[in-house]
Design a protein around this ligand. Structure first.
Ligand code: MOS
Length: 730
């Protein structure tokens, strides 16, 4: 099915099942420990062996020798895989990092060896007996020091162009009566998802099966094929349940490659889980940024010039943290400039983490907007409303399909009691606490991608949906079931959903907040086809004008049970949804507003969040309960970004020194206050027949700035370096 003009009314619009706050189908499996994660699979065709990955102990240099003799003699050891015996390894298409070091070492923690033994303990003990000698080289680990030699990155498949602009930014900025020119920094951050990177690999001849928790199975088969030099058709990846990803499991990483190589070496199934310290230093992270923002406005508060430059670092060939992305879309202003610069750093690879580019970009842009509003003497919410635009600022002919930023800000301000905010800083006191309020806008792109599905109807009237889509705990199983139930006119208890197997029809997976809208649209397409098959089978004249409802198919007076169509055998329909150029005609974005109230202890500087509110306008909300969970989870992540999360670089070793969940601090329950989420009604018929967008990344964009702005409102101290730890404003 091809989608190239705004959707008319269709069966989804009945909203009998879609749009209902149904609980997650996989919820009981996860809360009772019966959902099987990659490392837990038992049905793997043999007794497992265990691979333990030894990471490089230097940040940059080469391996001069590895003495394996003591490790080989250790109990239970079956094989030791290193670059010397692994065969030629390629590099995948998404990550640039090499899966195995040797002889060169590209970053601290890069896998040097995989020791395979009968038990995990034996493998770990033997790995400690490997005697690896290194020759250190000088590495670049400090973004601030590398900033001046940063260069223009190449254009990327995802994210904004390296440079963009319209009008005369320099001239307009110089002429503006009110200006801001500030530099902000955001730190390296880790996804720190619960389930570690862990894989089980099994070979049967030249066929490879791997259970591995990755978000995009189609990228996984492609990249593992490129790395191992085998056809992707020979690879089957299985990921029915994933314990969080946040972009850190985009495609295959060291655990999967190590398991595949080890399983080939020993001819048995191999299980490999990365240790938590290796996750921090050998997988990917969100790169730190240095951002300069300049805004010029008239005394009336209208922005006349806006410029945003951002510097980040990565391994050679790696991607830019494209922090300028949202600045291209968010506010009006005739003269504009964005610019990205990329430096080579010898840290682990920087790559996608929830709202890549947009999250750290919004952390700074929305502080700058708060600072600008103060200079202008305008309420910060009103300042944003004043600079709204219904057309893409860099492409004045291109409208937003839907843009309800103003509605989000107004509804949020009303609901939050924004009127009570004192514009004078440090003016509100509650005992020993200084109390402040902050707000920020939210924006995040709304991509959608080709997605396929297969739908079956059996003689019992059970509808089974199959696609290689993944569910990271986000709710894919549930919204896909809701879509099929709505389309086929059956209850949710009549629908079975099978996900996370690369042999199933291809979806774009979970990423870039495209998953929900894309995967359900593929299911919609397959269901349209199944409806046609059913109508034909039951002898209805045409598929149009037929109702599928309450387990029956009806046209005029004729009403037949749906299952009757499959009495002589299961019916199967498969299709994919593809897209024309509506996303070129319209700017597709999701919008929102964040409001925060917090207290800062007057003597200790401790920050305690008191209330958080997000208002979102993000197309049709397929399931408000699950969408809310996505947004409140993202708000928690935003609180972490604002107040605690920071990978600390040790410049001597070239590693992230706080490489566990004790030292890389993330919010816990006690850090998070009352959270509210409001969804503004929105149906975007230019997206797909589902008329939905995503919310998983929108919920993060702007949260940290709302917190930073509330800290300023409470204390009068403006912190421009995240995270806002108390040492920065006492
Ligand atoms: Mo996302 S960072 O594209 O999973």
């Amino acid at each position: 099915m091809h989608f190239d003009k705004p959707a008319g009314s269709n069966p989804i619009d009945r909203l009998k099942v879609v749009g209902q706050p149904v609980s997650r189908i996989d919820g009981p499996l996860k809360t009772t420990g019966t959902a099987t994660y990659a490392y837990e699979n038992r049905d793997i065709g043999g007794k497992p062996t265990y691979g333990f990955v030894l990471g490089a102990a230097i940040g940059k240099g080469r391996i001069s020798s590895i003495d394996e003799s003591r490790a080989r003699a250790a109990p239970g050891v079956l094989a030791i895989v290193t670059a010397r015996n692994a065969g030629k390894l390629g590099v995948g298409a998404f990550y640039v990092d090499r899966a195995l070091a040797g002889p060169g070492v590209d970053h601290y923690g890069q896998a040097v060896a995989v020791v395979v033994a009968e038990t995990f303990e034996q493998a770990r003990a033997a790995a400690s007996l490997l005697d690896v000698r290194y020759v250190r080289a000088h590495g670049a680990f400090d973004l601030a020091a590398a900033k001046d030699i940063a260069v223009t990155p190449r254009a990327a498949a995802f994210g904004p162009p390296p440079q963009s602009g319209i009008g005369d930014f320099a001239g307009a900025f110089a002429a503006a009566p009110v200006t801001l020119d500030e530099t902000y920094t955001t730190p390296d951050q880790s996804h720190a998802m619960m389930e570690p990177h862990a894989s089980i690999a099994v070979w049967q001849g030249d066929r490879l099966t791997v259970w591995c928790p990755i978000q995009q199975l189609n990228w996984g088969t492609r990249d593992l094929g490129l790395i191992l030099g085998i056809p992707k058709e020979n690879i089957r990846l299985l990921a029915p349940y994933i314990g969080g990803g946040f972009g850190g499991k985009g495609t295959v990483l060291a655990d999967t490659v190590a398991a595949a190589l080890a399983a080939r070496a020993v001819g048995r199934p191999v299980k490999v889980a990365l240790t938590r310290p290796l996750m921090f230093n050998s997988t990917t992270h969100r790169p730190a940024t240095i951002q300069r923002i300049r805004i010029g406005a008239g005394r009336d508060g209208k922005i006349t010039a806006i410029g945003h430059e951002s510097w980040s670092g990565n391994l050679r060939g790696g991607r830019t943290e494209a922090a300028t992305a949202s600045t291209r879309w968010l506010y009006a202003g005739a003269n504009r400039m964005t610019r990205l610069r990329l430096a080579v750093l010898d840290l682990a690879e920087g790559n996608a983490m929830r709202a890549p580019g947009e999250a750290p970009g919004m952390m700074t842009l929305e502080i700058a907007m708060d600072e600008m509003a103060e200079k202008l003497g305008i309420d910060p919410v009103e300042f944003r409303i004043l600079n709204d635009t219904q057309f893409a600022p860099e492409e004045p002919q291109r409208p937003f399909s839907k843009r309800q930023l103003v509605e989000c800000l107004r509804v949020g301000a009303e609901r939050f009691g924004w009127r009570q905010r004192q514009s004078k800083t440090g003016a509100v006191r509650d005992g020993q606490w200084l109390v402040g309020m902050g707000a920020a806008a939210a924006i995040r792109g709304a991509p959608i991608a080709k997605s396929a599905a297969r739908v079956r109807l059996d003689g019992q009237g059970i509808v089974t949906v199959e696609t290689d889509m993944t569910d990271l705990g986000t709710g894919s199983y549930t919204i896909i079931a809701q879509t099929a139930a709505e389309m086929m006119g059956v209850g949710l208890d009549q629908v079975v959903v099978r996900l996370g197997d690369s042999r199933l029809p291809e979806s774009p997976g979970s990423g870039g907040q495209w998953g929900a809208a894309s995967a359900t649209s593929g299911v919609y397409a397959a269901c349209v086809k199944l409806r046609e098959t059913v109508a034909q089978k039951l002898g209805f004249a045409a598929a149009t004008g037929i109702e599928f409802a309450d387990g029956h198919v009806q046209s005029g007076e004729r009403r037949v049970p749906l299952k009757d169509a499959a009495v002589q055998g299961e019916l199967v329909a498969e299709d994919e949804m593809t897209y024309g150029d509506l996303s070129k005609q319209y700017a597709h974005q999701t919008f929102g507003a964040h409001f925060v109230e917090l207290g800062v202890h007057a003597f200790t500087g401790e920050i305690r969040l008191r209330r958080m509110l997000a208002v979102c306008a993000a197309g049709r909300i397929l399931n408000p309960k699950l969408a809310r969970s996505q947004v409140i989870g993202a708000m928690v992540m935003g609180a972490g970004a604002a107040l605690m999360e920071e990978l600390v670089v040790d410049p001597r070793a070239g590693c992230f020194i706080n490489h566990d969940l004790a030292a890389y601090e993330v919010p816990v329950h006690a850090d998070i206050p009352q959270q509210d989420v409001i969804f503004i009604d929105e149906v975007d018929d230019t997206m797909s027949p589902m008329k939905a967008k995503g919310v998983g990344e929108l919920g993060l964009c702007g949260v940290a700035a709302a917190i930073a702005n509330a800290v300023y409102n409470a204390t009068g101290v403006r912190v421009r370096d995240y995270p806002i730890t108390l040492d920065k404003f006492l």
